[in-house]
Design a protein around this ligand. Structure first.
Ligand code: UD1
Length: 368
């Protein structure tokens, strides 16, 4: 069933979707993925391994989770490290060809509650990563930027040439990282590319924190038979982007000719805007949960509407979202359903055994 509005919007004008297995990657290279145990980082790690690339993975497990890398430990060179330990990060970076910098404390409300901690992770951590990459002679540096940089400007869709208007500390931090990345291209010649992600969702997004992304919270609550809370009237809208599309953008931006991408910033999104009320209705249809949501007052620092123009990424590196919103939503619901079924399985199941192997691997990180 297709809820009203889900197939509307300019996505149909972008040409045929790109099947995931046609995405080119660079010839055998060493990719360093920061935030590799996170929701997006771990999806990038998987995609790189599927394409036969060498993967170094870095995480401090502050927001990332070991279980996101389940089954991959023998295939990656993993380093447990904090980006603010510069010497360690520099040694991990040496010998990498491409850095995919995903590590961050990725939350608007968390940055409002504790701006200094998120500043250290998002700005200082990014500066350390850029410096380490520069010193290591890394050729391409892809930076995970955020749509929050646009803020509440009324014009939609958001285009890359619009003036940024960040509201929250998180938005300022992510924008600062972009500007630093562009500066490192200008002054040191490093091929930096910033990808402004728009509300990413999908399997492995952590639903458990008060700061979790809205879809991970809504899906898990609805599957558990609990009514989620919508902040505001639910008429705020977002360009929700399935994680596989973000992975695609990272791979394409890593492989694209430097003259198309170096020193630039691109929107990475679906190109379709949905209100929270529409998304809620879509989830009701998929999950069968038929209660109404609870409504509470607006969240401080929230942006009202968000929608991306994704034509720059299409032109520069052939980005076309391969998974439409509704398909992504279905896959995500299925994934959480499976997780819930497995976590309620009796102990001694294969899941528990994997957990032991996982802890052993982390006990002996390869940077030791
Ligand atoms: C923002 C950024 C996004 C970034 C993310 C990191 C914008 C447009 N987007 O996402 O690029 O990756 O921060 O955190 O700035 N909501 C509810 N109930 C809930 C949770 C959330 O109604 O239980 C609402 C929020 O008030 C908001 C919307 O859902 O209006 C989306 O919230 P969230 O998933 O946290 O992401 P953004 O803050 O939009």
């Amino acid at each position: 069933m297709s809820p009203a509005g889900l197939r509307s919007g300019p996505v149909g004008t972008l040409g045929p979707i790109r099947p995931a297995d046609t995405i080119p990657t660079r010839r055998m290279s060493t990719y360093l993925v920061t935030g590799a145990a996170g929701f997006i980082g771990s999806a990038i790690v998987r995609a790189l391994l599927e394409r036969g690339q060498r993967v170094r993975a870095l995480d401090n497990f502050k927001t990332g989770k070991a279980q996101n890398l389940e089954g991959l430990w023998d295939e990656i060179e993993f380093h447990e490290a904090d980006l603010n330990d510069f010497e360690l990060v520099a040694s991990i970076c040496a010998g990498s060809d491409v850095v995919l910098h995903q590590a961050a404390i990725p939350s608007v409300p968390k940055s409002i509650a504790d701006p200094l901690t998120s500043h250290r992770a998002n700005i200082d951590g990014t500066m350390h990563m850029l410096l380490a990459a520069r010193d290591a002679g890394v050729r391409r540096f892809i930076y995970a930027a955020s749509s929050s940089a646009y803020g509440n400007t009324p014009t939609l869709p958001k285009r890359e040439d619009m003036k940024p208007n960040p509201i929250s500390p998180y938005a300022v931090q992510k924008l600062a990282g972009e500007l630093y990345a562009a500066s490192f291209h200008r002054v040191y010649g490093m091929e930096t590319v910033a990808l402004r992600y728009f509300n990413v969702f999908g399997p492995r997004q952590d639903p458990t924190s008060q700061y979790s992304g809205v879809l991970s919270k809504f899906i898990t609550m609805m599957l558990q038979g609990q009514a989620p809370t919508i902040f505001g009237d639910g008429e705020q809208s977002r360009d929700f982007t399935y994680v596989e599309n973000v992975v695609q953008a990272n791979l394409l931006a890593s492989a694209a000719p430097a003259e198309n991408v170096a020193g630039r910033m691109f929107n990475v999104a679906t190109g379709v805007r949905l209100t929270l009320n529409q998304v809620y209705a879509a989830l009701q249809a998929i999950t069968g949960f038929d209660e109404e949501p609870k409504y509470e007052t607006d969240r401080v620092g929230d942006v009202k509407h968000s929608l991306a123009d994704i034509s720059s990424a299409a032109q520069a590196f052939g980005y076309r979202p391969s998974v439409p919103f509704e398909e992504g939503l279905r896959r995500t619901v299925e994934w959480y359903k499976t997780q819930m079924a497995e976590s309620s399985a009796p102990s001694g199941s294969s899941r528990g055994e994997i957990g032991v192997a996982r802890r052993d691997r982390i006990g002996a990180p390869s940077n030791a």
